[in-house]
Design a protein around this ligand. Structure first.
Ligand SMILES: C[C@@H](c1ccc(Cl)cc1)n1cnc(-c2ccccc2)c1-c1c(C(=O)NCCN2CCN(C3CCCCC3)CC2)[nH]c2cc(Cl)ccc12
Length: 100
């Protein structure tokens, strides 16, 4: 409401609910629960890539995700962290925004 007594809660970062296959990847990287901010989703995806060593040790910006659930979700064999467009397309399909 707009009356002066009522203060809006401080701006919450948008919360999202990952769809099941993405949630499994996040949980494999140590995520708890099933509601996250996009920043948390990116952090856990980075952890997942690191711990499963899906990146090329010689060219660390290259991620080879073919043969991994991540690759199935992204629909690609590899991608560069410098061109995250396949990643954003996957997130749009696999994250449900929470409006509450
Ligand atoms: C800037 C950021 C980024 C974030 C989002 C996007 Cl769309 C592009 C790029 N980024 C830069 N390099 C990486 C990266 C590279 C190789 C392996 C793991 C992560 C990341 C990614 C992070 C992350 O949270 N990054 C912070 C600390 N990272 C530094 C890189 N470190 C690794 C570098 C290679 C050697 C192992 C450590 C891991 C910690 N989350 C991601 C999730 C995905 Cl689906 C893809 C990439 C990343």
């Amino acid at each position: 409401t707009s009356d002066s007594a009522c203060r809006n809660s401080p701006r919450q970062m948008k919360q999202v609910r990952p769809k099941l296959p993405l949630l499994k990847i996040l949980q494999a990287a140590g995520a708890q629960g099933d509601i996250f901010t996009v920043t948390e989703v990116m952090h856990y995806l980075g952890q997942y890539i690191t711990m499963k060593q899906l990146y090329d040790p010689r060219e660390q910006h290259m991620v080879y995700c073919g043969g991994d659930l991540l690759g199935e979700l992204l629909g690609c064999q590899s991608f560069s962290v410098k061109d995250p467009s396949p990643l954003y397309a996957m997130l749009r399909k696999n994250l449900v925004a929470l409006t509450t």
